[in-house]
Design a protein around this ligand. Structure first.
Ligand code: IFM
Length: 875
């Protein structure tokens, strides 16, 4: 193995992530972490030289582009909808021909010619730069130095580009380059799905040159070979989304010449056209039904650098304001400026975005947070505001969970609300447009209101699989995760949070009210009165802890009275009732009529919101009714035996046992309540339900569940850090650290390679933004209750609070500074630590002293003042 492939390492600076060396074992992880995207589409950071072999999983995904296929698993036919891996625009391979010698082999990081390799992800500018040094075969010690810079344009969401520079060192001859658009791709990014159908594309055609008419005209026009542009179009098999890519490949920096030699195709079917050799810089083309290849042979002398620019446009038939994707794509590459100009405008677009996402945290935590921010913004950018898409749990970075939308948006929207509210609103629009599907699902289940699907894709039907594979046992098992009806409360919660942060009453009273009321109706109709308990009960559900999906030895799936589900349902019912009263009268009447809402319904909501069952055992909240009867797991034994027991469910199933028998959670479930609701609000909710939840009992709950949680989801460490930051500060950092390194260190054992964990990434940003600051954006002002950790005691966040675009918050161990920029008209009212308030006029900043710690823990320390003395005008 060459030195370049050993000792591969990563170094991170404030704005760059650099990987030195080539490590085939970790290449797929790097591909995920070096993904470039713009909210419209994203491309994994795969090598352009090869797509072959187990180390490479190139992938390009357009937000919201799904297709449905049927497979046979465990003797049954199952249907799955996947985010489609689109034709690969990256391929660009090369080889050298030293003067007087035969052509060398095609060069790739997997080959023996590799001497050095490294790559740098530049977060500030949104580029990936790959650097390689190869032996030049037949040159007697000469080398080829290659540098490739790639972008997926943040300003022009349909464009991407790749500049590859070749420098001959110690030899003279030619560099032969083959650039391609490759439509021969499948969804092969996740090994567990290998038994499932994965060919989502069909109906390929390729051609050259610009296209002004229909695809048929384009096809007739193809094959002239006189253009520097090739195109490829195809469609998805069942959803019939038409996809078109066009690529323009040019030599710059030095003229190239077409070579008279033929080159063997890299696979696929035989060439349809082979253009005649000709001088000039336009490449030759070779078109097969699924590949459009451009070939360049570029003379080069020792010490000289030649540059090949590949500019690509991607459109689909889902795009607005186009006559067709093929015309749009060929037109876009025709009009696209050269690489330096594209790079400059791409930089400009990022320069506009970064200030809206201001988050300055010192040290390594800050560097990782910036990477998380980068990937969140690449998945959900300002372009998302124009799309009908939801929050894909694994970003646009891989195929895990098939690009589906879960409750993970609960960890994403609260961050976006305070920076890109228009994006949050669009994401809620995705849910609103699927409200009819959720109402149908509820009706089919014999319930009223809206039952949002646990996994959502194109049209809002339930996309959860019916069977999942346990890779440990090789068995396909029934999947009951669709019983996670709490996802509806997450949607409702996001509606409320968005409205609070943005003040967007037109949304709240409009689409938002409909969502909230229909989710409330679902809970009201799901709650069944139990006279023996004198409580309402919600039966047959699965909570956020996905391990428990049935009672031990029961043949029926589902559990009763999951505490998280019931308490959040009570919250939804309360908000729905409140909102139904607060609506402007005309809108209220309209809504009651259109939803055929009986005026008695809100009364019933209120009753359930006060009397839904929350089970307890031994003084702590039970995760669900009957939890107390489960056995204790011998955690030490399992750790000693298996090491990593995050996927305890799989371990136990492979042993012929079931995790349903044990007090063992995959992820924080009851504790999620402390993530959603600040202590005051949570205590109030429990009071409403007739229970006392004080600091002591909440701490006891945390102490009970943490040691019984395996953290088999990246969300779990985040939620644990969140609740500990308020309840057991000294213990919070260990979990915060785990949440921070979750993806960069791939701590879930290979899952990041299949796509980043977007919820956890955004959740860490929100951890700093809302948990450590105690920030609540309310009608009457910005409420702050900072609880900085010793390891994260100094940071800055800029937030957009309603009409105030750039409220600047600086947290220090003992103080907080609130700055309000000049152009605002109104001052911002700040409420600190529950009682003290200050007013910060536009153009000023104020330092406020933090109240004492004891006070934040719920006891009155008798001290803690808001300092009113340090207000000063901003310069
Ligand atoms: O939504 C999550 C769930 O909470 C844990 N398993 C993965 C899902 C998608 O990220």
């Amino acid at each position: 193995m060459s030195t370049a492939r050993t000792g591969a390492s990563r170094t991170a600076h404030a704005w760059t992530w650099t990987y030195e060396g080539y490590d085939p074992e970790r290449e797929r992880l790097r591909e995920a972490l070096c993904t470039l995207g713009n909210g419209y589409f994203a491309t994994r950071g795969a090598a352009s030289e090869t797509s072959e072999g187990p180390s490479h999983r190139p992938g390009t995904y357009a937000a919201g582009c799904y297709n449905r296929l049927t497979s046979t698993v465990a003797g049954r036919r199952v249907e799955n909808e996947d985010m489609v891996n689109l034709p690969d625009w990256l391929p660009l391979r090369y080889r050298v021909r030293v003067e007087g010698a035969r052509p060398g082999p095609w060069l790739s990081p997997d080959g023996p010619e590799l001497i050095e390799h490294g790559q740098t992800l530049d977060l500030r500018h949104g580029t990936l730069t790959r650097r390689s040094l190869y032996r030049a075969a037949g040159s007697g010690g000469g080398r080829l130095r290659v540098e490739q810079r790639r972008l997926v344009h943040m300003g022009e969401p349909h464009l991407a580009a790749q500049r590859t520079s070749f420098t001959a060192e110690g030899w003279t001859g030619e560099v032969e380059v083959e650039a391609a658009l490759d439509g021969d791709v499948r969804n092969e990014g996740v090994e567990r799905y290998a038994d499932l159908a994965n060919q989502h594309l069909t109906g390929w055609s390729t051609g050259t040159g610009p296209v002004t008419g229909t695809a048929a005209a384009a096809a007739a026009d193809s094959g002239t070979g006189r253009s520097d542009t090739v195109w490829l179009c195809c469609r998805t098999l069942n959803s019939h989304v038409r996809i078109a890519l066009a690529a323009r490949t040019r030599v710059s920096g030095r003229g190239g010449t077409a070579s008279p030699r033929n080159t063997a195709p890299r696979g696929g079917t035989a060439p349809r056209t082979e253009t005649a050799p000709r001088p000039g810089t336009a490449p030759r083309t070779r078109l097969t039904d699924r590949r459009a290849v451009q070939i360049l042979t570029i003379p080069v002398t020792s010490g000289e650098t030649v540059v090949v620019d590949k500019t690509v446009a991607l459109y689909t038939s889902r795009d607005p304001a186009i006559s067709g994707p093929l015309t749009a794509a060929t037109e876009a590459v025709r009009r696209a400026p050269d690489f330096p100009a594209l790079l400059a405008s791409h930089h400009r677009a990022w320069r506009e975005i970064w200030p809206r996402a201001a988050l300055d945290v010192p040290g390594e935590a800050g560097v990782i947070l910036r990477l998380h921010l980068f990937h969140v913004l690449q998945t959900l950018s300002p372009h998302t505001a124009d799309l009908d898409v939801g929050v894909p749990a694994r970003g646009l970075h891989g195929e895990a969970y098939r690009g589906h939308v879960f409750w993970d948006e609960l960890f994403v929207l609260p961050y976006l609300n305070l920076h890109f509210p228009e994006v949050s609103r669009a994401l809620l629009g995705y849910r609103y447009r699927r409200l009819p599907a959720a109402c149908r699902a509820a009706r089919d289940a014999g319930r009223a209101g809206a039952m949002y699907p646990w996994q959502s894709g194109s049209d809002g039907r339930e996309e959860s699989q019916e069977f999942h594979l346990n890779p440990r046992s090789g068995r396909w098992l029934p999947d009951h995760s669709r019983l996670q009806h709490h996802v509806g409360s997450a949607v409702a919660y996001n509606v409320w949070q968005y409205a609070q942060a943005s003040g967007d009453t037109s949304f709240l009273y409009g689409e938002g009210a409909e969502i909230l009321i229909q989710v409330a109706r679902f809970w009201a109709d799901s709650a069944v009165w139990d006279p023996s308990l004198e409580r309402y009960r919600v039966r047959g559900v699965v909570g956020p802890d996905e391990y428990h999906d049935a009672y031990p030895d029961s043949t029926a799936p589902g559990l009763d009275d999951n505490a998280y589900t019931n308490v959040t349902a009570a919250w939804v019912l309360t908000r729905a009732r409140e909102l139904s009263r607060a609506l402007p009268p005309s809108r209220g009447q309209e809504l009651f009529e259109s939803l055929q809402l009986d005026p008695a319904e809100p009364e019933r909501w209120d009753d359930i919101a006060h009397r839904v069952h929350v089970p307890y055992h031994g003084g702590v909240i039970s995760q669900f009714e009957g939890y107390a009867d489960l056995g204790e797991l011998d955690w030490d034994r399992y750790r000693a035996r298996y090491g990593d027991i995050r996927r305890l469910d799989r371990i136990l199933e492979a042993e012929g046992d079931s995790v349903n028998r044990y007090k063992a959670s995959k992820q924080a479930d009851v504790l999620m309540l402390g993530h959603l609701f600040p202590p005051r609000e949570l205590a109030g909710l429990f009071r409403q339900l007739g229970h006392r939840l004080d600091d002591e009992s909440w701490r006891a709950t945390i102490d009970y569940y943490l040691p019984r949680t395996s953290h088999g989801s990246t969300l779990s460490a985040l939620v644990s850090a969140w609740v500990l930051a308020r309840a057991r500060r000294d213990e919070a950092w260990a979990y915060a650290e785990e949440a921070l390194v979750g993806d960069v260190a791939d701590i879930q054992g290979g899952t990041t390679a299949e796509g980043i964990h977007l919820g956890a990434m955004a959740g860490t940003l929100d951890f700093v933004q809302r948990c450590l600051t105690g920030l609540e954006a309310r009608d009457d002002g910005l409420w702050l209750d900072p609880a900085p950790l010793p390891q994260l005691s100094k940071f800055r966040v800029g937030v957009r609070y309603r009409d105030h675009w750039d409220v600047d918050l600086r947290i220090r161990a003992q103080r907080v500074r609130v700055g309000v920029p000049q152009p605002a008209e109104d001052p911002v009212r700040v409420v600190l630590g529950d009682s003290e308030s200050a007013v910060v006029p536009p153009g000023t900043a104020r330092w406020l002293d933090l109240p004492g710690r004891d006070r934040r823990a719920g006891r009155d320390p008798g001290g803690g003042r808001v300092s009113r003395v340090r207000a000063r005008r901003r310069r």
